[in-house]
Design a protein around this ligand. Structure first.
Ligand code: GDP
Length: 311
């Protein structure tokens, strides 16, 4: 996961490593004397970090923001700086960008309103249906009662796919016929959850929104009827910088509150989370890290920083 960013950062910052055997205070001082090249010119380092970020799929805007914040954090006076302090500043800058949107992220398990209704949006192929299965599994494992609403009545096979996931995970599902009104599926699922005192309703939706006005209208209708407590956009880490365009296309038509990023396990570049945080300004609440139902984890910024900076 994130091999590219990790390798680049470790290439840059490992130059400051002191050999394990030399890690005494005295030998550190000796090492510094012998290795004056452990410092680097500011411009050179900033350029290297900028290239690294862009190559790792961090968007241009996010890269600029990081470099500018880094410059102001490091101050203007020092021409040469040591790697270790830059690494620590860089971590802080990336953390600030991610936390700016994530600090008020909802904790799904501690919501009071029941049934808590969650609507999932996303383009076909992003992993939306799998993510709904994973969320059902996650909630069920935390003692919650869940019902799925098969409200993607547009794509042949979508209802069956969700049905299989519901059976595998062991949660209920409300489904109507192929091509039926998706808003009424959502409505029935919420009704069912109220009657049975279930905790969560997870609503699937059709995935080909920006190419089809009818689908878009249907999705808006689901939102009007279901009045979800949380609307989540599912984004695929593998699409790189296009992720911002895709998210903006959605937000111009239908509002959402938070993001789940899928396929991080196959994301060799690693920058998508930074681009999403800087560009979309919505919290990333969970990330998908595999194809199995247990492969979803609440997003944690320290986990992410550890992944991209560990060598
Ligand atoms: P949908 O069209 O958006 O509903 O997408 P699906 O849920 O059908 O998923 C599309 C493909 O992505 C399937 O092969 C999933 O197994 C795969 N997928 C979903 N999430 C992840 C993930 O976090 N990691 C990996 N490696 N694959 C995933």
């Amino acid at each position: 996961m994130f091999d590219k960013l990790k390798k680049k950062f470790s290439d840059i910052f490992s130059k400051s490593d002191i050999p394990e055997t030399d890690k005494t205070v005295a030998s550190k001082a000796d090492y510094k004397k012998e290795e004056p090249e452990k410092t680097i010119k500011r411009d050179e380092l900033e350029n290297t970090i900028e290239e690294t970020l862009l190559e790792a799929d961090v968007s241009f805007d996010a890269t600029e923001q990081i470099i500018n914040n880094l410059k102001s954090n490091l101050g203007k006076v020092k021409r040469k700086i040591d790697y270790a302090s830059v690494e620590s500043e860089l971590k802080d800058v990336i953390k600030q960008i991610i936390n700016a949107n994530n600090s008020n992220a909802i904790d799904i398990l501690s919501v009071e309103k029941k049934p808590f209704v969650i609507l999932f949006l996303g383009i076909n192929g992003t992993g939306k249906t799998t993510t709904i299965g994973k969320m059902a599994y996650y909630l069920k494992n935390h003692g919650q009662k869940v019902v799925l609403a098969a409200a993607d009545t547009f794509r042949a096979g979508a209802i069956d796919q969700l049905n299989i996931l519901a059976n595998n995970v062991g949660v209920e599902i409300i489904k109507h016929d192929f091509k039926s009104d998706p808003a009424s599926v959502a409505f029935d699922a919420i009704d069912h959850a109220r009657a049975r005192k279930l905790d969560y309703v997870l609503i699937d939706s059709a995935g080909r929104m920006h190419t089809n006005k009818n689908l878009l209208d249907e999705m808006k209708k689901i939102k009007r009827v279901a009045k979800p407590d949380l609307t989540i956009l599912v984004l695929d880490a593998m699409i790189g910088q296009d992720v911002i365009d895709q998210a903006n296309t959605f937000s111009s038509e239908i509002s959402y509150d938070a993001v789940i990023v899928t396929k991080l396990d196959t994301d060799a570049r690693g920058g998508s989370i930074i681009s999403i945080s800087a560009g979309i300004k919505k919290p990333v609440i969970f990330v998908g890290i595999g194809q199995n139902m247990e492969d979803i984890i609440p997003f944690n910024v320290d986990w992410y920083l550890n992944k991209i900076f560990s060598s």
